[in-house]
Design a protein around this ligand. Structure first.
Ligand code: GLN
Length: 306
């Protein structure tokens, strides 16, 4: 089906569900967002962008940032990363401490918070705080083709003031001697990367390198090797939605990554990238209507990696 029509239909079909689910309240700045908002964008590797709803409204990408920090860490240290973080789905919530204790500070995968904190430590150790944040923003601005993508300082401050579980996770990892940098600096950088804000149109554009074998189709620049792009996609498929990853693969059938700001990014290798935003979340912390919208996109277009 033609993409503009598919997006219009999806918007119409999900509208009665807007507001179902609950916005994240553990980060006070996110609790204030209207749960009924909705935007969606699809960017194709041949350069078209299709949008519906509030596709240019800026929102907090939160854990979707983990896709970009993983990309940077793989660029910097390559497969050495895998001695510090695993590649298995966790089956536990994104901020769970339980598994980390059993597995002695080696997080299951880079997309749960514990794994992302290790990835952040890698970037901090390579570059230091300012430069690392500059590289994260630099990569996102480049692949989004938008130099204005920025951190929302209020969201970063808000999470820093209330991020007790992340503080606990970081200290637990530190207690096993798994960090190289200072725990407070790791947390500060992590909260800032999570507080990056952008719209669906930019976000869909920013994942095209994962749909196009590691090369940004707009600039032609290779961001990461074809093999690593494939592997990031496979981790998004198996681990991108925490303990709802299996359900997302079942319903949508595409690699994806969600964030508690209500955004979800999905990649159809060889074809396109899609981003959706609707702030009310399912119990596992992914956008409820966003998941539904991507399920409908896959059904209407036949997109699937299977
Ligand atoms: N910043 C959030 C946190 O650490 C990110 C979690 C998410 O988006 N799932 O809790």
């Amino acid at each position: 089906m033609e993409l503009d029509r598919a997006l219009r239909e999806i918007h119409r079909e999900v509208t009665p569900h807007l507001g179902e689910g609950r916005v994240a309240t553990y980060i006070p700045a996110l609790a204030r967002v209207d749960p009924r908002r909705f935007g969606m964008a699809v960017a194709t590797i041949d350069g078209e962008t299709h949008v519906v709803g509030e596709a240019n409204a800026s929102f907090s990408i939160q854990s979707i940032s983990k896709v970009f920090t993983l990309t940077l860490a793989l660029q910097q240290v390559g497969s050495r990363l895998w001695s510090r973080v695993g590649r298995e789905p966790s089956g536990t919530p994104f901020n769970s401490l339980v598994q980390l204790e059993y597995e002695r500070g080696v997080p299951r995968n880079p997309f749960i918070n514990a794994g992302a904190l290790v990835v952040t430590d890698v970037l901090l150790f390579c570059w230091g705080r300012e430069e690392a944040l500059g590289h994260i923003l630099g990569l996102i601005r480049e692949v989004a083709a938008d130099g204005h993508v920025a951190v929302d300082p209020e969201v970063a401050r808000s999470e820093k003031a209330s991020g007790h579980r992340n503080v606990a996770l970081a200290n637990l990892i530190h207690s096993f001697g798994r960090f190289r940098s200072d725990v407070d600096e790791i947390l500060d950088l992590y909260f800032h990367q999570c507080a990056i804000a952008m719209g669906c149109a930019q976000l869909a554009r920013s994942a095209l390198f994962l749909a196009a074998g590691g090369r940004d189709p707009g600039s032609g620049r290779r961001v990461i090797s074809r093999r690593r792009a494939r592997r990031i996609n496979s981790l998004m498929l198996t681990c991108g939605h925490y303990d709802a990853s299996g359900d997302f693969a079942f319903r949508v059938g595409l690699p994806g990554k969600s964030g508690v700001g209500g955004g979800i990014l999905a990649v159809a290798p060889g074809r396109l990238a899609a981003a959706v935003w609707s702030p009310a979340l399912n119990p596992q912390g992914s956008s409820l209507v966003g998941t539904l919208a991507l399920e409908k996109l896959a059904a209407k277009t036949g997109l699937s990696v299977f």
